[in-house]
Design a protein around this ligand. Sequence first.
Ligand code: SF4
Length: 535
Amino acid sequence: MIVAKDTGLNSLNGTNSAPSVDTAQPVQPTDRGYDDHGEQPPREECGVFGVWAPGEDVSKLTYYGLYALQHRGQEAAGIGVGSGDQILVYKDLGLVSQVFDEQILNSLKGHIAIGHTRYATAGGGRWENAQPMFRMASDGTDVALGHNGNLTNYLELMAEAAEKRLVDPADEPSDSDVMCALIADLIDENTSMEEAALQLFPRVKGAYCLTFTDGKGLYAVRDPHGVRPLSIGKLANGWVVSSETAALDIVGAEFVRDVEPGEFIAINEDGIRSRKFAEATPKGCVFEYVYLARPDSVINGQPVNATRVDIGRRLAEEWPAEGDLVIPVPDSGTPAAVGYAQASGLPFSQGLTKNAYVGRTFIEPSQTIRQLGIRLKLNPLRHVIEGKRLIVVDDSIVRGNTQRALVRMLRDAGAAEVHVRIASPPVKWPCFYGIDFPSPNELLANNVDQNNMVEAMREEGGADSLGFVSTEAMVETSAQPRETLCAACFDGVYPLGLPAGNPNAEQVRLRQRRLAEEAEQTAAGEVSSNNPEEN
Ligand code: SF4
């Protein structure tokens, strides 16, 4: 059974709190304004959560779990609750706190729940793509599923589902819906959900962490590369599965272990069982450590905050600067700024106040408001930064609009110098494994002189100096062996391959070919210049 409310995007009200204002000396935008062209940071596409706990209020536990995972998806939220045979799903567009209220949660009764937060990409922000997905098997079994990641063989699986008339390609079903449909199709009187899942997942390629249920058991799966994190926690009388350990802490679950790459987990009244459906070939997302995950999460044994502070220290060693004050771009730049200050011996201070809203506003800004740009998100503390040579630590540069607007705003607020330090290498390639990046042509690092890339990016952004942490340092601070990580958005090496039929993937293939040809030509040129007889 599925119950859902479709209010549509237009009905969403922003829940933004009022911008924090340094009322004593507000910074006036110059004629150029601080327009960041609506640039958004790279975003996770989803967070998943699941609870098996008879006697507990599982829908409320899931609500708080999703609340803790809100940063992983801010455009839709949903909870599916199972009570034996039946699953009740409630989902809608909006933040977790916008979608659910006390009354709705009280109506979701059962002993198993799965939850999902979504940031819309493929398939767009339609209500139909909000999760958990819901299907019914031929024997009447309800199936609800939540997915974090992106599949690389989506077209192949969709063709199979379309051939079986489970989906209509014209509806542009999401990869999550296709998986849900294929599992439900495999279930019958003789095939349990567990058996269906173990038949399907060895054929599913790409990045996926799933929680799903048939109303009787809670199930979880992590792809053989373990691209996205997924952890198991223990309640006094039940179990929790979550994209991040921070959500386990918040619902009072004790961390037990990560779901292993290629592992299937089943939880029911008999306890917890594990089955391997594929050999583990770990390729964890390094960007989770650098930026995406909450700093209070632990991934593969490594505290995320510790990695970020360490990156800041390495950044200070690799890119020292003459300055008076280290300030972070909150919140994601804060741990690295702490590390930079520690290693450089320079004082640390908050120089920017973040407008404490979560999520996106759907209000179309007027031209005047658009000019405010980054001021809607960050407000400089003039009395802190005036006359100072600032070292500003941020997490990444993607399109470069944010950096340009930020530097301009800090100068207008009285900064004597602005030295930007970035806690990740230049982003040059898009992600096909669950993070939303612009196409390669839109990334600033690809639109400047490649022979002098950092200096050219500095010029574009208007800073006095610019430095990026090296890939080697970033990988070392994650405390993971290099061969077990994906760093494709920085180095263009895609360990899970590229998806078919994706326009961004086509751009990547073309770019890879062009770079390979250029490298060949350069190598040939070097050989001939080293061989005087040829000259
Ligand atoms: S491409 Fe980047 S963001 Fe995507 S999985 Fe790899 S490291 Fe993570």
